[in-house]
Design a protein around this ligand. Structure first.
Ligand code: ZN
Ligand code: ZN
Ligand code: FE
Length: 749
């Protein structure tokens, strides 16, 4: 009888791997044992040669849904004549680094129990098993066991303990195991935090929502604010109280049928919606749907998600098909509330009632946002359900690395060996609370994954909170990475690219090596270094950051640069304001120079007549895209590229302003501008291919979240023989920056 020792690497602990192996081996009549060993699963198995081959195949093919096998090694052993199969205790191993799984949506089996009147977990909102439930959000430290989760305070009842200890049970070592007898409970509070006695909290909540109330609901990674998405008054009131002017709200649909009633859902989109990650998926709205206009004003898309906890399932069932607004529990741009006292304080003025529970959330984790672009997933915010799933690297980190990301849409990354662990979304680090979570969660991840960084990579911007944090990490080697170089490296790393590529990085802003604000960049390089080969012509950004909220300022800057004017804009903006801006630029007062593509889109949107001011960054550019996407027009605008690689936008602006002056519809101008931008990327790439011989192009930066631009540009480039790479694993925006910084630092070690 042959015997084999098998070692399995990857996300294999805390995901029901050992009971799965146990059951498989028993079914196949094989002897041996399975145990956790360090961060891996070790198996020894004995039986017929053919069964052993078959066993290996099935371990890989039938692995539990949450497991991610990265590598499987095996070697022959001497037979010992073992017949039974057993689960051994962990051998401790060195470094208890567990690849902790992301939080996972309720599985089918748990769901069936929740709706089975005969089950002891009937209607229990905290039902979970080894295949589903909270993970990252409840973990306090390593190794991952119940005493180091926020479930530590709940003592298991005899029945739960029996399931927990039974290798054949679906809940064997399910750390968050719970039941109505021993687990967390729901409570309903009024807006002042005074508890409301009810035997049916879910019925109560559903009735309140049906009556147009706004509820704060504690979920997996934080609080949601919820209201009836069809009720225009409730939605309007939520906007007013939350001080959120126009940024779209996400909507939870009870099931796929409701989702398909509201939006068009392709095969790929359906897969994302029902996946265990359960992200918010941006979908095309059906015309005249029942959702109130205020949910996503003027927006042709809707961010939809399906229920992902038993609590959501129970609630949506009660609501019988009513879609709910489910938006982060915060005021305007603050971080999402996740602790009860804080939620009551910050959301008390917004919510009419609270539905809370006593399972603490340790790691705040927002919903992920994603969509399908050109047939494949393209993430916008990678958080709950995704983090901290590692990304495989095309190189080895010779020393452990921490990369701290940017300032907005903060994430960090930990790299060791051939793997990068990317954090959940931390929000904008200029909020003290977000920054505190950033610091704390870096410590948590270092502990969980047993990575002790010797190298810290950061942005070059001296005022980013993440940069200041990096500088405070004494005793480490610091590596400063230029913002757009990090974007380039991020896209390369997720595709496993090596060597040099052309990197087109279009975004809002990033600190340039010349002190200017970059953002319309054509780089050539790899992980180690880059050369800036071409960029948009510099224009002043009058008022600095204020120009982000007031695109008319950028329009003025471009008009002055092109020495042209735009009558419709002049009619909209007061002469005194225009003169002030003109003086500011002439005297170079608070007017940093920028090559930002994001700001060029803003200027174009304003000149086309779309918007003069915005309530959130990129809003004008997005509306310009929607207009363009709905229009056919063959026109385009001229631009020039000089021998230094400066792309002269003055002819473009002059022609665009002329169109605006002649009263051409905004949609036509929008379309022409988009065509021009993709033509620009194409032409510059042709020049760079000629000069350098490179034909691989990565498209990165927040501007490439523009679907029309990215699809059109990729098509032009591929048609001409370029190999084009777009982001598929991490966001093109600054949420993906940490991965790129990590790659650059690893290459420089
Ligand atoms: Zn389950
Ligand atoms: Zn129990
Ligand atoms: Fe950026």
């Amino acid at each position: 009888m042959p015997r084999r020792a098998i070692e399995i690497h990857g996300t294999v602990q805390g995901v029901g791997f050992r009971p799965f192996v146990y059951k498989l081996a028993c079914d196949m009549g094989l002897g041996g044992f399975v145990r956790n060993s360090g961060g891996t699963v070790a198996i020894e198995v004995e039986g017929g040669q053919e069964s052993l081959d078959h066993f290996l195949e099935r371990v890989v093919r039938e692995a539990p849904p949450l497991a991610r096998i990265e590598r499987l090694d095996w070697s022959p052993r001497d037979a010992v004549g073992e017949e039974g199969f057993r689960i051994d205790g962990s051998d401790g191993g060195i470094g208890h680094s567990i690849v902790i799984a992301p939080d996972v949506a309720t599985c089918q089996e748990c769901l069936a129990e929740v709706f089975d009147p005969g089950s002891r977990r009937y209607q229990y909102p905290f039902t979970n098993c080894t295949n589903c439930g909270p993970r990252l959000t409840i973990v306090l430290g390593a190794p991952y066991d119940r005493s180091r989760t926020t479930m530590a305070g709940f003592e298991m009842c005899a029945e739960c303990r029996a399931e927990y200890e039974n290798p054949a049970d679906r809940r064997f070592h399910a750390q968050p195991i719970a039941c109505p007898k021993c687990g967390p409970r729901l409570a309903v509070l009024d807006s002042k935090g005074i508890s409301i006695e009810t035997s049916d909290p879910m019925g109560w909540l559903a009735a309140a929502l049906n009556a147009g109330k706004i509820a704060a609901i504690k979920g997996l990674g934080g609080y949601h604010l919820a209201c009836d998405a069809r009720n225009a008054n409730a939605v309007g009131e939520l906007r007013r109280r939350k001080q959120r002017e126009e940024k779209p709200f996400a909507v939870m649909a009870g099931d796929l049928a409701v989702a398909e009633r509201l939006c068009e859902v392709s095969e790929a989109e359906r897969e994302l919606l029902v996946s265990a990650r359960r992200p918010i998926v941006l979908l095309k709205r059906r015309p005249g749907i029942e959702v109130a206009e205020g949910v996503a004003p003027r927006n042709p898309t809707l961010g939809l998600m399906l229920p992902y906890t038993p609590l959501h399932h129970l609630l949506m069932k009660q609501l019988e098909g009513v879609p709910l607004v489910m938006t982060s529990g915060n005021r305007s741009d603050e971080p999402i509330a996740y602790e009860e006292a804080d939620a009551l304080e910050r959301l008390g003025g917004i919510a009419d009632l609270f539905v809370v529970h006593d399972r603490p959330i340790h790691v705040r984790c927002d919903d992920s946002v994603t969509r399908i672009v050109g047939g494949s997933e393209s993430p916008i915010r990678r958080s709950r359900g995704y983090a901290p799933q590692p990304v495989g690297l095309p190189f080895v980190c010779s020393r452990p690395i921490l990369a701290v990301g940017g300032q907005l849409k903060g994430t960090f990354a930990l790299g060791s060996q051939q793997r990068a662990v990317l954090s959940h979304h931390l929000g904008d680090l200029d909020h003290l609370e977000a920054f505190n979570a950033f610091r704390r969660d870096i410590g948590l991840y270092e502990n969980l994954f047993q990575v002790h960084p010797e190298v810290v990579a950061h942005d070059l911007h001296p005022d980013y909170a993440s940069t200041r944090y990096a500088l405070s990490r004494t005793g480490t080697t610091l590596v400063g990475v230029q913002h757009h170089h990090a974007h380039l490296a991020s896209c390369m790393a997720e595709h496993g690219l090596k060597g040099n590529v052309i990197g087109v990085t279009f975004d809002g802003s990033g600190f340039g090596t010349d002190g200017a604000i970059w953002g319309g960049e054509f780089l050539v390089g790899g992980y180690e270094q880059f050369r800036r080969m071409a960029h948009l012509r510099y224009v002043p950004m009058p008022g600095g950051e204020r120009a982000v909220r007031e695109p008319w300022r950028m329009a003025m800057a471009h008009l002055m640069d092109a020495q042209t004017d735009c009558q419709p804009l002049a009619n909209r903006v007061a002469g005194s304001s225009r003169r002030t801006i003109a003086r500011m630029m002439e005297r170079r007062l608070n007017s940093p120079m920028t090559s930002s593509a994001g700001r060029l889109f803003d200027a174009a949107a304003c000149l086309a007549g779309v918007r003069d001011t915005v309530s959130h960054e990129g809003q004008a550019a997005m509306e310009l895209e929607w207009l363009a996407a709905g229009t056919e027009d063959k026109g385009e605008y001229p631009f020039e590229v000089d021998e230094t690689g400066t792309i002269d936008t003055r002819p473009l602006i002059a022609a665009l302003a002329k169109d605006a002056n002649s009263g051409l519809p905004a949609a036509v101008i929008a379309r022409r501008f988009h065509t021009t931008m993709s033509q620009m990327v194409f032409r510059v790439n042709c020049l760079l291919r000629k000069a350098t011989g490179h034909d691989r192009v990565v498209l990165s930066g927040g501007v490439f979240m523009n679907e029309l631009l990215v699809v059109e540009t990729a098509r032009r480039l591929s048609d001409a023989g370029f190999v084009v790479y777009c982001h598929r694993a991490v966001p093109p925006n600054d949420g993906g920056l940490s991965l790129g910084q990590l790659a650059v630092a690893a290459a420089r070690m």
